[in-house]
Every structure is written in C-alpha cells, then in structure tokens.
Design a protein around this ligand. Sequence first.
Ligand SMILES: Nc1ncnc2c1ncn2[C@@H]1O[C@H](COP(=O)(O)OP(=O)(O)O)[C@@H](O)[C@H]1O
Ligand SMILES: [Mg+2]
Length: 447
Amino acid sequence: MTDPHGLVDKVVAELPGWLPAQRWFGGKDRPVTSVRPLRTTVLRGGEPLLVHLVVEVEQPGRSEPYQLLITEQVENYDATLDHELTGVLLDLIAENREVDGLRFAHEPGVELQTGLRGRPITSEQSNTSLVFGSQYILKLFRKLTVGENPDLVLQRALHEVGCEHIARPLGSITGELDGRPTTVGMLQQFLPDAVDGWAMATTSVRDLMTERDLHANEVGGDFAGEARRLGQAVATVHADLERALGTQHADGDDIERSVRAMVTRLDEVVSRVPELEPFVPALREAFEQARDTTPGAIAIQHIHGDLHLGQVLRTVHGWLLIDFEGEPGAPIAERTALRSPLRDVAGMLRSFDYAAHQLLVGRPEDHQLAVRALEWARRNRAAFTQGYAEAVSSSVGDPRGRGYLLRAFELDKAVYEVAYEHANRPEWLTVPLSSIARITGEGAAQS
Ligand SMILES: Nc1ncnc2c1ncn2[C@@H]1O[C@H](COP(=O)(O)OP(=O)(O)O)[C@@H](O)[C@H]1O
Ligand SMILES: [Mg+2]
C-alpha cells in the first residue's frame, strides 16, 4: 500500500485500542473516546511509506494532541520500530529540510553524519527516543504542548553559555499547533558510555545491603563521592541557567501563594489517601514555618523542574543533566514558571530516599535493612547538599541555610508522591509516608 490517506484512516481507527497500551501515553486513567487526525505529513512516499501524524486524543474531560510516526510494514504501524526508516529523520535534520510545514533543522554550526539507522532506546520513558549510531539521540515528544518545548529552550540557552553539564543540542523538528510553531523533536549528542544516576545509586544500596556488617562508608560501592560531585553539577547548572536567562525575586505575596498551593495540595491528597491523615498537622506547620522564616524575598529562576536520579547521567567527564521538560503531568504554565532552585535540590533529596528504600518495599519487618537504608540516604543526601553548597555562589548559596524552605519543598514533593503511589503502586506508599514521618519529626537543618 502506498496511499498515505488509507494508512492514516486505518491507524486512526486502531488508536483507541492501541494508545492505552503505550508506556508514553499520558491518559491511562480514562478511556479513549475518539481519535481524530489533526495533521498528516508524508516524509517519505512510495514503499515503504513514512508518515508523520498528529492526532487529537479525546477522553472524558480532556483533549490532547499526540505525535506518531507511522508506516505499513511494522507491528501496529509504529514506524519508530523501523531502524532503516527512522534514518530519514536524521537525514532531513542534517539537510535543514522543510516538508509541508514540518521544519527539520540542525543547530547553527553543527554538521551531522547522515545515513545512520535509528533504534529506539528500551528504557522506560514518557517520550520516544531514537539513537543513531553511537553519536546522536533524537527525542520525539509524544504529548505535544503548543510552543517551543522547555527541554529545547533551556538546553539551548545552557549550551550558549558554555554549560558543561548537558549533552550538546544538535537539532530540532518544529511543527505547527494552534497556529504556533511547536517543538516536536530534539536531537542531542548521545553519550554511549553514560550510566544513569538511579542505576548507580541503587547498585550502591544493594552492595551495602549484602554487606550486613559494614557501614555505608566502608563498602566498595560507596556513592557519597558521586553524590557530592552531582551536587556540584546541579549547582553549576543552576548558576548557568541564571547567567543565561536571569533571575527574579519572589516577594512575600508570591511565597504566601506557593505555601497556600502546598496546603491545598495536601488537603486534596488527604481526602483521597487516609493514611496521610496523622501527618496533616505537622505538614501544615512545616509549610507555614517556611513562610514565616523566609526573609522578604527569594530568588527565582528557570530550573530543571523534574530533577531526580533518573534524569542525570554519569559520563567519563562527570555528571550531565537531561530532560528539562519539567514534570510531564503538570500544566505548561507551571513547567515554564520561574521557581526556586531549591525545588530541584528537594527533588534530588527525595530521589536519594527512594533509591535507599526501594529494596525495603514488601519487607516492612526487616529492621536491620531499614537502618542501613536510612544510613545510606543520610550519607548521600548530606554529600549532595555539601557538593551543591561548595560549587558556586549562585543566588541560592548553601541550601542548608534555607532549612525550612527546603524542608517544605521536600515535604510538598513527598505529598505528591503519596498521591502518585496511592494511584499507581500502593505497596510503595510506605516510602513517602515514612519520609514524611521522619522529616516532620526532625529539625529543619537536617538533610
Ligand atoms: N544524551 C544522552 N546520552 C545517553 N543516553 C541518553 C541521553 N539522553 C537520554 N538518554 C537516555 O534516554 C532516557 C530517556 O531520556 P529523557 O530525556 O529523560 O526522556 P523522557 O522525556 O522520555 O523521560 C534517559 O533516561 C537516558 O537513559
Ligand atoms: Mg526523563
């Protein structure tokens, strides 16, 4: 078949059944009521066809655009699985081509190798990334948001100020949505030897758990040196973002508003998750304390927005931050808003807690393991914060001097995790709940 319209009709008819089974589909909580094509672009005619398709996915109370690449030969018409065919995308970027309003472009001064095959990466992700040779990685954003994607905007800005802790942006694909140029793809330098932070951290935890008689600083897989370097990298990226895009000041009203947002979220989550109930007074107090102890204004700027150990890569040259899109589920206005860099610090601190405690899920009675997990988390959280503090004189400075605010951000994140685990992995609920119990039981200066 070489008729693109016939192909699109067939695919669109099957999408309501197929979409909910995709890892990257963001609407698994509700049925798909209909799918309608918004824009069809034939990237390669003849045999085999390669068609770029944007569809509007309708669900009860929600309607969102998604990006697809389709062809006829492969399973479910999903062209991202066809290594030969996806090579077309890289070639179009290398040649700065425009096809029916879809603009493929390399970054200024970048020369790309063409003729490479593109294979999808296998890790869990909310988008779809294709790796070309051992040089390039192309992220195709699945759920589209109108406008330039913050992932591209922030990494471009960071590259322009010479940031050393990102993978170099190499190109982009831009379509049109609601009459506005919209980023649908981003090409970056691929680091073939990179290991992600989550894999490294959890390996270190496992090493500690198997050496029952040793402490975190005595076993081979101690992570504290890495955690400290990671803290330095995050602080440097914050300073670079500030240098590239500036900083502003949030005044007392702004702080009041964000504290109210935390309390509202808490009320909303506790109405669904009764296990959170006993912690409500302490949580409210922690949020209010953050407001009362925060001086007149705090610095806000562009931040990563969804920072955790799965969003950092260790290469031979050091730590890199990836995926500056913000929380995938949050509205775009929130994702692009200026916020305190302490939010990213809090995100990483939560991630250390998760890495330490994930082996305990389903073994609540193993007291000794729980002690080790806590020891690992304390050691690495402290090392991370220490690294952050010693790296730069950014507007944040030492997060330990901002104990109450940092603690509130961390608790706010943990409340979000309670809602998430309750909905998705009820057996993990103990991880954020025990953190909330611990953090509210301790003083603010602890990390
Ligand atoms: N530049 C890169 N080099 C090597 N691996 C990468 C690179 N960028 C991303 N990855 C891998 O791809 C995964 C998904 O990338 P990410 O940008 O986080 O996508 P998503 O938006 O879908 O979460 C990462 O967890 C990492 O394993
Ligand atoms: Mg990611």
